[in-house]
Design a protein around this ligand. Structure first.
Ligand code: FBP
Ligand code: MG
Ligand code: MG
Length: 340
C-alpha cells in the first residue's frame, strides 16, 4: 500500500470522527513549524545557529534558570510565530517562556491550548547529535476566553494530542491523537511528512535501559537498588544481561524505545530534589507518556501513573520512568517495596 501523508492521515481521522477540523489544522501548523525548525537545525554552523543565546558575559537564561542556546530561542520564535495569531488556539505555553500567552483579542481564538518544549536535548545542538521538539494539546476549559497559566494545569489524561519531532539523520514526527501512535518521516524533496510506521507497539519486555549513570550516587535507595540489579546482569536477581544507552536528548531516547523497546529514567536525585526532578511535566513527561501509553508502554513517576499527576505549576518538574510496560512495572515495584 502506498504510504499516506500526514495531511491525509489527519483528514482520515477527521472523517472517522476522532478529531475535528480545528485540531487537524492545529497539528498541521505545528508540523509546518517543525519543518522550519528542521531546516534551521540542519544548517548547523553554516546557518550561524549554533552556540549560546545572548552576548558573552550576559548569557540568556530561561525561567528554569537554564542557559538558552540560540536554537532554543529560534525554535521558540518559530513555533510562536506559526501559532500566536490564533485560529485554532486560545493560548500557548512554552518551556522557554515565563508564562503562558493568551491569543490576543485582535485575533480569532480557538478552543485549544498548545504547550511545547521547542528544542529538546539542547546540550546536543553544538555536537551535531539528534535534538527535537515536543508538544502537547489540551482543551481550553469551557467559558474561558483569556486563558491564564492556571487553565493549562490539567492532568496528562486530558491531552487530546501529543507529539514530538526528532531532527536526526532523518526528521521524524511521532504523533498520537489518542488512537495509537504513528510515525511520519519528512520527505525533504516533497516537503511533507509521510507515514512510515502505523500503530507502533513497544515490546513489553526489554534488556535495554537509558539513564544518566553519572547521577547514580545522588539517587534515592529504590533507584540505586533497581539499577544495581540491572547491572548485576545474568548473575544477579534479574537473571539477564542489560544493555545501556543514553543520548541525553529525551526525544532520541524515547524514539529508540518506540522503535525497539527499552526503558528511560530521569529519577529524582539529591541535585534536583528541591525542584521535584529534572524533566518538565507539561512539556516533556506528559506528552511523552501519552505517546508511550498509546504504543502499549507505561509511564510513571515511580509512585504514580504519570498521566494522573495533578499539575501545580506550568514549569513543574517530575521524576520520569517510561517505556516497555513490564520493565516500568518492575521499577515501580522496587519503589513500592521501599515503602516510597
Ligand atoms: O544532561 P542530562 O542531565 O543527562 O539531561 C538530559 C536530559 O535533559 C534534557 O536535555 C532536557 O531537555 P531540554 O534540552 O529541553 O532542557 C532531555 O532531553 C534529556 O533527557
Ligand atoms: Mg526538553
Ligand atoms: Mg528544551
Amino acid at each position: 500500500m502506498k504510504p499516506i501523508s500526514l495531511t491525509r492521515y489527519l483528514i482520515q481521522e477527521q472523517h472517522a470522527g476522532r478529531i475535528n477540523a480545528d485540531l487537524r489544522l492545529l497539528i498541521e501548523v505545528v508540523a509546518r513549524a517543525c519543518k522550519t525548525i528542521s531546516i534551521a537545525v540542519g544548517k548547523g554552523a553554516l546557518g550561524g545557529v549554533l552556540g549560546d543565546a545572548g552576548t558573552p558575559g550576559a548569557q540568556s537564561m530561561n525561567i528554569q534558570g537554564e542557559a538558552q542556546k540560540k536554537l532554543d530561542v529560534l525554535s521558540n520564535d518559530i513555533l510562536l510565530e506559526a501559532n500566536a495569531w490564533g485560529g485554532h488556539l486560545a493560548g500557548l505555553a512554552s518551556e522557554e517562556m515565563d508564562h503562558s500567552q493568551p491569543i490576543p483579542d485582535a485575533f480569532q481564538r480557538g478552543n485549544y491550548l498548545l504547550l511545547f518544549d521547542p528544542l529538546d536535548g539542547s546540550s546536543n545542538i553544538d555536537v551535531n547529535i539528534s535534538v527535537g521538539t515536543i508538544f502537547s494539546v489540551l482543551r481550553c476549559p469551557d467559558g474561558v476566553t483569556q486563558p491564564g497559566d492556571e487553565h493549562f494545569l490539567q492532568p496528562g489524561t486530558a491531552q487530546v494530542a501529543a507529539g514530538y519531532t526528532t531532527y536526526g539523520p532523518s526528521t521524524m514526527l511521532v504523533l498520537t491523537v489518542g488512537h495509537g501512535t504513528h510515525a511520519f518521516t519528512l520527505d525533504r524533496e516533497i516537503g511533507s511528512f509521510v507515514m512510515t510506521a502505523r500503530d507502533i507497539r513497544i515490546p513489553e519486555e526489554t534488556k535495554e535501559f537509558a539513564i544518566n549513570m553519572s547521577n547514580q550516587r545522588h539517587w534515592e535507595p529504590p533507584m540505586q537498588r533497581y539499577v544495581g540489579d540491572l547491572l548485576a546482569g545474568k548473575e544477579g536477581p534479574r537473571g539477564k544481561d542489560f544493555n545501556m544507552r543514553w543520548v541525553a536528548s529525551m526525544v532520541a531516547d524515547v524514539h529508540r524505545i518506540l522503535t525497539r523497546g527499552g526503558v528511560f529514567f530521569y529519577p529524582i536525585d539529591a541535585k534536583c530534589r528541591d525542584k521535584g526532578g529534572k524533566l518538565r511535566l507539561m512539556y516533556e513527561a506528559n506528552p511523552m507518556s501519552f505517546i508511550v501509553e498509546q504504543a502499549g508502554g507505561a509511564a510513571s513517576t515511580g509512585r504514580q501513573r504519570m498521566l494522573e499527576v495533578t499539575p501545580t505549576g506550568l514549569h513543574q518538574r517530575v521524576p520520569v520512568m517510561l517505556g516497555s510496560r513490564k520493565e516500568v512495572e518492575e521499577a515501580v515495584r522496587y519503589h513500592a517495596e521501599h515503602g516510597a
